[in-house]
Write a new protein. Structure first.
Length: 302
């Protein structure tokens, strides 16, 4: 049963993102999971509606979709002069979203699900929100570093990164809709993205936090779902991102995605035909729940 109307906004801020509970299949007083999903760069949260519905139904829980700042239903727009970067998203927006969900669903295990850039930003934000999270789920997500691409494509990736960096630096905003990559974004956000794409490291403009160091201290269960032959998030990109989470219990799985689609389309099309991803997440979350119950029982015995 859907408790909240899919169009109902539970959290909104002109300076942040828009939060919508899309599907809630929980029974009253249930303790089933709540998933907070962050989209890829330039993709509206509504694109993930089939995934949100299927996941909530599979676990008899709830799924929340959140637009990243400047995307989807967010009021901020780079074309209108909005200026922001990773710092506002990972230090303000996502922690506020998680706090809102904790209030809406008290006592429920909350998993942060991020696709592509949403996974990267969710990982960075986890250092601020870890106490409120039961785990982190990354779907087709890894660093943007060009050097982790397969050798045959690395030179193309290097050129693409330099072109994107130059365009974003010269123009008032990055015209991703025109260029076919990433959607329209502010210059500072693209500077943060470009730094990671060139170096593999995270440097958040305007922040005093050393995120490379801070990522080592996050201690959460992590599930990484990687799409085979994904040219947007190759295996090396996931490896590089996960290597930064030295204190996390990480499980990696590979999936096929929508095999009839071209390789680059499979990076996105899983969200429209989500059965494979939903099955993997459901299996992993149930294992996490069993582990948590065993730990509680052991503590009670002691």
């Amino acid at each position: 049963m859907t408790i909240f109307d899919p169009s109902e906004t539970l959290f909104a801020d002109d300076d942040a993102s828009t939060l919508m509970v899309i599907f809630n299949h929980s029974r009253p007083r249930a303790h089933t999971p709540v998933f907070v999903c962050l989209p890829a760069m330039g993709v509206a949260a509504s694109f993930y509606t089939p995934f949100a519905e299927a996941l909530a139904q599979a676990v008899a829980g709830a799924t929340v979709l959140a637009d990243l700042r400047g995307q989807g239903e967010s009021a901020m727009r780079a074309r209108r002069g909005a200026r922001f970067g990773y710092r506002e998203i990972v230090e303000q927006d996502i922690p506020s979203l998680i706090a809102s969900i904790v209030t809406q669903f008290p006592g429920r295990p909350i998993y942060l699900v991020g696709h592509s850039l949403g996974g990267q930003l969710g990982t960075l934000a986890a250092m601020h929100s870890a106490p409120g999270l039961a785990g982190l789920i990354l779907v087709a997500s890894g660093t943007a570093h060009y050097r982790v691409w397969p050798n045959a494509l690395r030179w193309r990736a290097s050129i693409a990164v330099q072109v994107i960096r130059l365009v974003a630096a010269l123009l008032p905003w990055y015209p991703g809709r025109l260029l076919g990559f990433g959607g329209d974004q502010p210059r500072r956000l693209m500077a943060d993205w470009s730094y990671n794409a060139r170096t593999g490291r995270y440097r958040v403009s305007g922040s005093r936090i050393d995120y490379e160091e801070a990522l080592n201290d996050i201690a959460l269960p992590v599930l990484s779902l990687e799409i085979r032959a994904d040219p947007v998030a190759p295996t090396g990109a996931a490896t590089e991102l996960l290597a930064k989470l030295a204190s996390c219990a990480i499980e990696r799985r590979q999936i096929d995605g929508v095999t009839k689609d071209a390789a680059w389309r499979r990076h996105f099309s899983w969200a429209r035909r989500p059965d494979e991803v939903v099955a993997e997440i459901t299996t992993w979350v149930r294992a996490q729940s069993r582990g948590a119950n065993v730990e509680c029982l052991e503590q009670a015995v002691v």
